[in-house]
Design a binder for this molecule. Structure first.
Ligand SMILES: *Cc1c(COP(=O)(O)O)cnc(C)c1O
Length: 397
């Protein structure tokens, strides 16, 4: 079985490039050049140096003694939370800003939900001296002001999307519209392993540094590059793709993807695409998505802004289809409990997204002493409002 993309841009029956004709030359040009550019010595050297000196890589692989004892396993945490800007997203934006320069693009656009990808994009645009326009749903602009202010301080223009529910999906539609109107000058930095081919593959390759380092770090610590289980949360699926990438063909490694289940599948207030979704086309690719019977996109819900996307990358749809991936769900409550557990046992405040991955420790069966890696995709600073509410709830009990 093959888990990486084929020459036509497909993972099994998922993927492809379903795009308006106006974007065809742009996407085709990227498709023709991305591998050649990424694999060139010059690009690799610059990318690797920036990951090291600017992002702070390699991110540590930390052995969690107390959690290991509690769960009867050997638990390692991959610390993407210590990266510059606070999550794995910078791995992708660094790669794509270099790609934009190599392609001769002068203007950068991006979509953002909670603002994390917007901040990571504005950051690399500042460093590169490129114009940056970030589309963000008007609802999200209002509720994520600190990130809006960061983007503005970094020199980006934030444009509120006023259509639909005024959230991520609408911001993405606006970004695509802008790209259609400015195809020559502009590179669109997509924030996850979604969108038309070659984006899912390109983003997965930029993020694959996560599992590349995991292999080396595990080898050094345990004498074996292979863990028994790797766990990551899935919104669009980029941190999971990065954590799984160099293990896709090691079938002994269980790959666990954790979806956000909001208030629970039965309530309909969920973002668990594999459980609640079906195949369809969203933002340029054939994948699993949450939709009504007549194909209208259903608004997802999760406490975690990074996970409430109505689709999922085509790689993950394929991992689900082939059963190479194990998909589990964690509710808002599961994630809050897991976030407090890690904080109190290890002194690490995780992002709410990453807390969903941690919540899977309670849902999976483990062999005694097996080696487990949880990808801590980001830090919890941005989630203090939710954590503050949870502390209040706990004190009132
Ligand atoms: C954006 C985000 C995610 C979700 O995005 P993926 O593409 O699914 O990785 C997960 N964790 C953090 C910390 C994020 O900021």
């Amino acid at each position: 079985m093959k888990y990486t993309v084929d020459s036509k841009g497909y993972y099994g029956r998922f993927g492809g490039a379903f795009i308006p004709e106006m974007l065809y030359p742009n996407v085709k040009n990227l498709e023709k050049n991305y591998l050649k550019i990424m694999e060139s010595e010059e690009f690799q050297k610059e990318f690797t140096t920036l990951l090291k000196d600017y992002v702070g890589r390699p991110s540590p692989l930390y052995y969690s003694k107390r959690m290991s004892d509690k769960y009867g396993i050997n638990l390692y945490l991959k610390r993407e939370d210590v990266n510059h800007t606070g999550s794995h997203k910078i791995n992708n934006t660094i790669g794509q800003i270099l790609m934009a320069r190599y392609l001769g693009k002068k203007r950068i656009i991006a979509e953002t939900g909670a603002g994390q990808h917007g901040v990571a994009t504005a950051t690399v645009c500042a460093r590169e001296g490129l114009d940056c326009i970030v589309f963000m749903g008007a609802t999200d602009v209002a509720r994520q002001m600190p990130n809006v202010e960061k983007m503005q301080m970094l020199g980006a223009t934030v444009i509120p999307a006023e259509s639909g529910n005024k959230t991520l999906k609408d911001a993405t539609n606006e970004a695509i519209r802008d790209w259609i109107n400015n195809p020559d000058e502009t590179h669109y930095i997509i924030g996850s392993v979604v969108g038309p081919h070659p984006y899912p593959d390109m983003v997965a390759r930029f993020q694959s540094v996560i599992s590349k380092e995991m292999r080396m770090q595990l080898e050094e610590k345990t004498g074996n590059p292979l863990p028994d289980t790797v766990i990551a949360c899935v919104g669009g699926g980029s941190n999971a793709a990065g954590a799984f990438y160099h293990y896709l063909n090691d079938e002994s490694v269980r790959l666990v993807a954790v979806e956000a289940d909001g208030l629970g599948l039965e309530t309909g207030e969920t973002a668990a695409t594999m459980a609640a979704g079906s195949p369809g086309i969203i933002h340029g690719s054939m994948t699993m998505l949450m939709q009504t019977d007549d194909g209208q996109i259903v608004e997802p819900y999760s406490i975690s802004a990074g996970l409430d996307y109505p689709g999922v990358g085509p790689l993950h749809a394929h991992l689900f289809d082939t059963k190479r991936g194990t998909f589990v769900r964690a509710t808002d409550r599961d994630a809050l409990d897991a976030a407090f557990e890690l904080t109190r046992m290890e002194g690490i405040i995780p992002a709410l997204e990453s807390a969903h991955a941690l919540a899977a420790l309670k849902k999976l069966d483990f062999k005694p002493g097996e080696t487990v890696v949880v990808n801590i995709s980001g830090r919890g600073d941005k989630d203090m409002e939710a954590y503050r509410a949870e502390m209040k709830r706990r004190n009132e009990k």
